[in-house]
Write a protein that binds this ligand. Structure first.
Ligand SMILES: *Cc1c(COP(=O)(O)O)cnc(C)c1O
Length: 560
């Protein structure tokens, strides 16, 4: 089963979440979708990679919106047996002094040309474990700190052990976010020195938001991880007071990157003394393009789906063809809004789409913050709004936000559809069927953002604060619009309203061919760059050859 992968695989990518398909609930949001798009592009590019994640049998969160407009949290179970193959090699990881048994599942992603990439999913739901330990890999981002630490031990230490037991010979480990930062400790424990470990590890950090960096007390670490390594050695690498997973990964990786130019800059300020590179995120073009646009692209650029650079040719498409494809995508969104939110939308009026994790810094409420102003604009240029997004079960602020939005949707004279349970399949419809894709993060907290890249592939025009990837993708009035160049964050609502009223909505109503021209520019300029094919080529040439580069440097030094 696994043998055909062993001799060719050199790189292992570790991620707490990977969005492979909607039915497999092994992801929560942007980080997982990025990892999934990474798998898809690795297969297209026939890269020698294996991916490791948790089985997350109970998923992350199924969001129900109750009659009062409040989020109700449910588990979101799935059955690995329906999609993956159990591998016979179970093995034990020590947690709280006990043996916790882990079974790996194999999921194979197959590219259109037939190249397969293996994804190993770690599962403690086996008979050998007591009830408690069976649950360790059940719920993604669930439970308390102790639960999180156990999951991270499973991912980093268990994952390294499982790959080795299966017979993989890994040269480079890519830690996708700090969750996997215990992996290099496993390499240290095997006797590699710090330099040798660093040479093999690549670390991508994904957020400047403090809560995104896991920290554990050393008391807890000693209790759960035991005497894995000398605690003073861990403290020297991960911080004196608390074990900081980001610091650990920073200190044990020789290539570290942020996920946009701006985010790399922010990360340098947060962690002075470390060399931080930038590899801007992307999306997998075929995954996120509506079938109507995919057909169009195929006619002008037949290899666009594996070589998204070819999308530059889209600029030559006829206005009629582009608008027809858009109408088809918009029709799908209108049907979804009717079905999932019982809201009718008018195909003749513009749809403003906003869908992402509901949390403070993303400022989902900004558009609705001045209701009378919004009504005035709506009176001049009618529009409609589609929103979606989950709040983390412990994020009370995020839940409050959802409640406020759904309450406004209920009373408003502006049509607002809040579509419950945002996930990959719904995202595909929402990002493709909107006219304007709105994003309002508080700079500099959006490390990259990716949904706007998906929107652009479908000719949906971005209207966003200048943060993350949009600082690189925005050409004002050509690929989309920015919200506030300098201005203080307090100005953002005013700028948003002014631009909607004076620039964007009049343009949509009065200059349709100009609008379609911008749609083509968005596809032709954003599509070829902000995709995971380009991103993976950057990782391959800049990060994954570290062990080779280092060996070369050594031989130069010694004159061999
Ligand atoms: C793309 C995607 C995200 C990430 O969107 P951002 O713009 O980065 O916030 C989150 N969730 C789902 C389901 C997605 O498809």
């Amino acid at each position: 089963m696994i043998d055909s992968y062993l001799s060719r695989t050199r790189i292992a990518y570790f991620s707490m979440e990977i969005a492979l398909r909607s039915e497999m609930r092994t992801y929560s949001g942007g980080l997982g979708v990025l990892a999934g798009d990474t798998v898809r592009s690795a297969a297209d590019l026939e890269m020698p990679m294996v991916f490791v994640t948790l089985a997350s049998r109970q998923g992350y969160l199924r969001q129900e919106i109750d009659a009062k407009g409040q989020q109700i949290d449910h588990a979101d179970p799935w059955e690995p047996d329906d999609w993956a193959t159990p591998l016979p090699d179970a093995m034990a990881v020590t947690i709280e002094g006990r043996n916790v048994w882990v079974r790996p599942w194999l999921y194979e992603w197959v590219s259109p040309r037939g190249y397969k990439v293996p994804v190993i999913m770690l599962d403690t739901h086996v008979d050998e474990n007591d009830l408690h330990d069976r649950g360790i890999t059940h719920r993604l981002y669930g439970g308390d700190d102790a639960y999180r630490l156990k999951q991270e031990i499973l991912l980093g230490i268990g994952g390294e052990q499982v790959l080795r037991a299966l017979g993989f010979k890994i040269e480079t480990y890519h830690l996708n976010e700090g969750h996997a930062a215990l992996l290099p400790l496993a390499l240290l424990r095997r006797g590699d020195d710090i330099e040798a470990v660093r040479r093999r590890c690549v670390f991508t950090t994904h957020t400047p938001v403090e809560a995104g960096h896991d920290r554990f007390s050393y008391e807890q670490v000693a209790h759960i991880l035991g005497e894995f390594l000398d605690i003073d050695q861990i403290k020297a690498l991960a911080g004196d007071d608390l074990l900081n997973m980001t610091r650990l990964a920073l200190n044990l990786s020789s290539y570290v990157n942020g996920v946009s130019l701006r985010h790399a800059e922010t990360t340098r300020q947060m962690f002075p003394g470390h060399r931080i590179h930038a590899v801007t995120n992307g999306v997998h073009a075929r995954q996120w393009t509506h079938p109507a646009f995919a057909r169009l692209f195929h006619d002008t650029a037949p290899d666009w789906d594996v070589r998204p650079e070819a999308l530059a040719r889209v600029i030559h498409l006829s206005d009629e063809a582009v608008w027809r494809a858009h109408e088809e995508a918009k029709g799908d969104l209108i049907a979804l809004a009717q079905e999932a939110a019982r809201q009718s939308l008018d195909p003749a009026l513009p749809i403003i789409g906003f869908a992402r994790r509901m949390t403070g810094y993303k400022r989902a409420g900004l558009l609705l913050s001045d209701w009378s102003r919004l009504m005035e604009i709506h009176h001049l240029f009618p529009f409609q709004i589609v929103m979606a997004g989950k709040a983390h079960p412990r994020d009370e602020g995020g839940k409050q936000l959802i409640h406020e939005i759904t309450a406004q949707a209920h009373h408003a004279r502006i049509p607002i559809a809040f579509i419950p349970n945002y996930q990959m399949d719904l995202a595909k419809i929402i990002v493709a069927g909107s006219d304007i894709w709105l994003n309002t993060p508080l700079p500099p907290l959006e490390a990259s953002g990716t949904s706007g890249m998906k929107a652009a592939l479908n000719g949906v025009l971005n209207f966003s604060t200048l943060d993350g990837w949009w600082l690189e993708g925005c050409e004002e009035g050509i690929t989309g619009w920015g919200i506030g160049q300098e201005g203080s964050p307090d100005d953002h609502a005013r700028i948003l309203y002014d631009k909607l009223e004076n620039t964007i909505l009049p343009f949509y109503c009065k200059n349709r061919s100009g609008w379609i021209g911008m749609m083509k520019h968005a596809i032709a300029k954003i599509g070829p760059v902000f995709n995971t094919q380009r991103m993976m080529r950057a990782y391959a040439s800049e990060a994954y050859l570290l062990h080779v580069k280092d060996a070369t440097d050594q031989s130069l030094l010694t004159g061999e």
